[in-house]
Design a protein around this ligand. Structure first.
Ligand code: ASP
Ligand code: MG
Length: 413
C-alpha cells in the first residue's frame, strides 16, 4: 500500500465545484488502496484578499496577527474538502498546521519548518481516513500560528512527504508539468518527463514558476520524488528526482527568462581593496539582493563595476549608489531597467565543454547583444535587452533541439 502526499494549489481548489472534483480524484486514489495525505492551498486570490484586509487595518500589519489571518485561507479549503469526501461516502479529516503539529521557527510570514509529528496523521491513516492538511502554515514552540511565505504549500507537502517517508509527493497545478521553456513564448516547448533536483533548483530560481524553490531544496535534501502534474488531466507530468535515476540527461534541459532585474553600473572607481565592500554594504544593509556582479580588469588604477538587482529595488539602489559614488570618487552611476536574463540549464553541461560558446553563437546569429554573462556548473545566464527576450528564447530552444523528445523515458509507475 503506497503512501502518497498530494498537494493542490489555489486554482485547483478555487471554487466549491473544483474542490468536489479534487475530492473525487483523491477518493479514487484512496479506493485503489493507497494511503492518502492531501495538502491544500487557499482558494485562488484568497491570500491576496486577506492581505488587502490587513492593510486596511494597519499601515504595516503586525506580523503575528498577519499569520493568524493568512492561515484562515487554508482552513476554509481543508474543511470543505473533508465535507466533500464525506458526501461522496468516503472518510476524511482536516487538520491545521498546529494540530498536526508542523513545528516552525518564529519568523512570522516567512517561517521555516524544523519538524513534523507524524503520529496524529498516522493514527487517522490507520483508521482508513484521507488526511487533509492546511498548507503554508505551522506553529511555534510557544503556540503561535506561523505561515511559510507565499507559495509555501509546496513546502508543506514536501516536508510532510519527507517526514512520513511517503512513496511520492504529487504537486497538482494548472499546467501539465515542467516545460522546456515557457509555452507562451515558444509554442514548441515540450513537457519534460524527468528532471534532476539541481536542474529544477536552477530553473525555479531563474524564473520557472511551477514549483516553489524552497520545496525543491527540501525534496533534494530528503530525496523525495516529486511529481508535478495537472489537476485537470490524468496525464503523467514531470518527475523531479535524483540525477542518477535519469537514464540519459540532455545537454540543455530547459531555458528560462526573467524580466525582473535591472542593471546598475558604477564607472571609474578606484581599483583597490575595500571598494567593493563600500559599494555593496549599503545595498545589503537596505535588504536589496544583488544577483550578477562584474568587475573589469584594468590597468590597476580605475575600474567599472556592473551588477543587477531586482527591478522593484532599482530606484532605491540607484539612490544609495549615487551617495556611495560621491564618497569613493567614482565618475558616474548609470543604469538600465529594460534588461532580461535568459538562461540555459542542464546537468549535461558538466561533462561537455562548449555549451556556453554555442549559446553565444546562437545569440550572435540573431544579432542579440550580451551585456553580462554568469555561469554555474549547470547553467549559463546572459543579460540582454528586454525586447529581444522572446527571440532569444525561441532561437535557443530551436538550436539546442529541445522540441525533440530524445530522452529515453522509463514508464512511470
Ligand atoms: N495560499 C498561499 C499563497 O497564496 C500559499 C500557497 O498557495 O502555496 O501564497
Ligand atoms: Mg503555488
Amino acid at each position: 500500500m503506497a503512501l502518497i502526499v498530494q498537494k493542490f494549489g489555489g486554482t485547483s481548489v478555487g471554487s466549491t465545484d473544483k474542490i468536489k472534483t479534487v475530492a473525487q480524484r483523491v477518493l479514487k486514489n484512496h479506493r485503489q488502496g493507497n494511503r492518502m495525505v492531501v495538502v491544500l492551498s487557499a482558494m485562488s486570490g484568497e491570500t491576496d484578499r486577506l492581505t488587502g484586509l490587513a492593510l486596511a487595518m494597519q499601515h504595516i500589519p503586525d506580523q503575528r496577527e498577519m499569520d493568524m489571518l493568512l492561515a484562515t485561507g487554508e482552513q476554509v479549503t481543508v474543511s470543505l474538502f473533508a465535507m466533500a469526501v464525506k458526501e461522496m461516502g468516503g472518510d476524511a479529516v482536516s487538520l491545521l498546521g498546529d494540530q498536526v503539529a508542523i513545528h516552525t521557527d518564529n519568523m512570522h510570514t516567512k517561517a521555516r519548518i524544523y519538524s513534523i509529528d507524524p503520529d496524529l496523521i498516522n493514527k487517522h491513516l490507520e483508521q482508513g481516513k484521507i488526511v487533509v492538511i492546511a498548507g503554508f502554515q505551522g506553529v511555534t514552540d510557544s503556540g503561535d500560528i506561523t505561515t511559510l511565505g507565499r507559495g509555501g504549500s509546496d513546502t508543506t507537502a514536501v516536508a510532510l512527504a519527507a517526514a512520513m517517508r511517503a512513496d511520492a509527493c504529487e504537486i497538482f497545478t494548472d499546467v501539465e508539468g515542467v516545460y522546456t521553456t515557457d509555452p507562451n513564448v515558444c509554442p514548441q516547448a515540450r513537457k519534460i518527463d524527468y528532471i534532476s533536483y539541481d536542474e529544477m533548483l536552477e530553473l525555479a530560481s531563474l524564473g520557472a514558476k511551477v514549483l516553489d524553490i524552497r520545496s525543491v531544496g527540501l525534496a533534494k535534501r530528503f530525496s523525495v520524488p516529486v511529481h508535478v502534474r495537472s489537476t485537470f488531466s490524468e496525464n503523467i507530468g514531470t518527475w523531479v528526482v535524483e540525477e542518477d535515476k535519469i537514464m540519459e540527461s540532455m545537454l540543455v534541459s530547459g531555458i528560462t527568462y526573467s524580466k525582473n532585474e535591472a542593471r546598475i553600473t558604477i564607472k571609474q572607481v578606484p581599483d583597490q581593496p575595500g571598494i567593493a565592500a563600500k559599494v555593496f554594504l549599503p545595498i545589503s544593509d537596505a535588504g536589496i539582493l544583488v544577483d550578477m556582479i562584474i568587475q573589469n580588469t584594468t590597468d590597476g588604477r580605475l575600474t567599472d563595476m556592473t551588477f543587477t538587482v531586482l527591478r522593484r529595488d532599482y530606484d532605491r539602489a540607484m539612490e544609495l549608489l549615487k551617495k556611495v559614488a560621491a564618497d569613493i570618487g567614482a565618475q558616474a552611476v548609470s543604469g538600465d531597467e529594460s534588461i532580461a536574463k535568459v538562461s540555459i540549464v542542464g546537468v549535461g553541461m558538466r561533462n561537455h565543454p562548449g555549451i556556453a560558446s554555442t549559446m553565444f553563437q546562437i545569440l550572435a546569429k540573431e544579432g542579440v547583444n550580451m551585456m553580462m554573462v554568469s555561469t554555474s556548473e549547470i547553467k549559463v545566464s546572459c543579460i540582454i535587452a528586454e525586447k529581444y527576450t522572446e527571440l532569444a528564447v525561441r532561437a535557443l530552444h530551436d538550436a539546442f533541439a529541445l522540441d525533440k523528445d530524445n530522452l529515453p523515458v522509463e514508464e512511470a509507475e
